[in-house]
Each structure stands twice: as C-alpha cells, then as structure tokens.
Design a protein around this ligand. Structure first.
Ligand code: ADP
Ligand code: MG
Length: 236
C-alpha cells in the first residue's frame, strides 16, 4: 500500500540546513500495524508528516497504491490526503470552538460528503468509539482520553486507507493511554492499517512491527514476537 524508497528531507532555515531524513526506505502493507521509535529529533514526525502528505520531500520515491507522490502539486496532495489519510496527533488538534459532532463531521465537509451521509457516519463512528453521549459537548469539557477518542473518530470518519498517529498517548496518563491503545488495537483487528510514532515500548508492543530510527535513518525493523505465527508467515 505504501512504498517509500531512498526518501530524503532537508529543512532549510536562514542559518542552517537540517537533513531530517536521509535515504529512508520502507513498505507498509494493507492491514499492518507498524510503530516507529527512536530518540527525539531523529526524524519520526518528519517521516510521518511526509507519509501523511502534510509535508513534501526532496529526494526519493513515495508510492501510495502505486501512485507517485513526488512532485505532485499542493492541491493534488491535499486531495489525496483527504481521501486516504487519517491523522492523530499527540495534542489531539481538535477545534475548541466546534462541538464534538462538528469536529468529527469536518473532514467529510472537506471531502464533499452529502449532509445525510455525514449525519449517518458521525452517528456510526460515535457509537463505535463510545462517545455518542459526548457529541454535543465541546473538546474542553472532555478528559484527555475522550478528546483523543474524538480525534480517532475524526480520523476514521472518511474511511482512510491508513491511520497515522504521532505519539497518540504522549499527553495521556497511563489509564487513558491504554484506552487509546486498546482502541487502535481493535481497529487493527478490524482490518485498519496503522503507522504510529511512539516513545513508549509498552505502546510499541501492541504493533506487529517496530521500526527504529536514528539520525534520519532507519536502523532496524523488527517483527514483534507475539504476533509471529511461524507456519503462516514462513514461506516454504
Ligand atoms: P522527531 O519527531 O523524531 O522528534 P522531527 O522529525 O520532529 O523529529 O525532527 C527531525 C529534525 O528535523 C530535527 O533536527 C528537527 O529540529 C528538524 N525539523 C523538524 N521540523 C522542522 C522544520 N519545520 N524546520 C526546520 N527544521 C525542522
Ligand atoms: Mg516528533
């Protein structure tokens, strides 16, 4: 589904050039749950933002379903993003002035979904994530865990091909953090493709594969043992 080859990203500010990504290659198959770990500043968010089409890259190739993302126009990138990507941020990024209902509905307005379909989808998603009773509330009236559930609902409402989560439990206590991890695990069990950046090896253990980065490069990719079924995953 996602195939990245030799991707590089250089940030240029007035005084300095930072090579945030240096020849990164990775593949994410449909239905996989992958996490990315590594020290602060090693390029995790940059990689996720590029995969999420929030940012461009300087060199290399990035295919979504065999479609090349290098050198596409801003407006095309925005369209592909709205149709394919669900993004979950550490600080939730909900719009405080909008109700929970309106926050969840927003991506569908951008995607020009009809109003009757939007209403139906918000209800379905809210039921799935157990936030129906919160739909008329505002983000500040909710706990951090509930806000992140709303953010997950907002990410899911357009049926994205991939869910990207940048330290989704980073601002949550362990109880709320575990709730969000259970939610992601359930979604994965139902077939969702998830790529998550995390500092927590506890959270990474929920995923099937752990990519470790350092200084803008991928150091290693490990399959989590608990998910390895020798007979299914070994080609004979
Ligand atoms: P991580 O998420 O692993 O902590 P980032 O991807 O945020 O790391 O950052 C990687 C490197 O790129 C860091 O050196 C950071 O300072 C730099 N960087 C990230 N975003 C920008 C930006 N918008 N402008 C300039 N430098 C940036
Ligand atoms: Mg980061």
């Amino acid at each position: 589904m996602i195939k990245i080859e030799n991707l590089s990203k250089i940030f240029v500010t007035e005084e300095v050039q930072t090579k945030a990504l240096n020849g990164v290659s990775l593949t994410i198959n449909s239905g996989e749950f992958v996490s990315i770990m590594g020290p602060s500043g090693c390029g995790k968010s940059t990689l996720l933002n590029i995969i999420g089409l929030l940012d461009s890259f300087n060199e290399g190739s990035y295919l979504i379903n065999n479609q090349e993302m290098a050198n596409i126009t801003e407006s095309k990138r925005a369209t592909v993003r709205k149709e394919n990507i669900g993004f979950i941020f550490q600080n939730f990024n909900l719009i405080d002035e909008l109700s929970v209902y309106d926050n969840i509905e927003l991506p569908m307005i951008y995607a020009k979904v009809s109003s009757s379909e939007r209403k139906k989808r918000v209800q379905e998603i809210a039921e799935k994530l157990n936030i129906v009773h919160r739909l008329q509330h505002f983000p500040q009236q909710l706990s951090g865990g509930q806000q992140q559930r709303v953010a997950v609902a907002r990410a899911l409402v357009i049926n994205p091909k991939i869910i990207l989560a940048d330290e989704p439990t980073g601002n949550l206590d362990s109880t709320n953090g575990n709730e969000v991890m259970e939610l992601l695990t359930d979604l994965h069990a139902q077939g969702a493709t998830i790529l998550m950046v995390t500092h927590s090896s506890h959270d990474a253990a929920f995923s099937e594969k752990v990519i470790t980065m350092k200084d803008g490069e991928i150091l290693s990719t490990k399959v989590n043992q608990k998910d390895v079924n020798f007979f299914e995953k070994t080609e004979i």
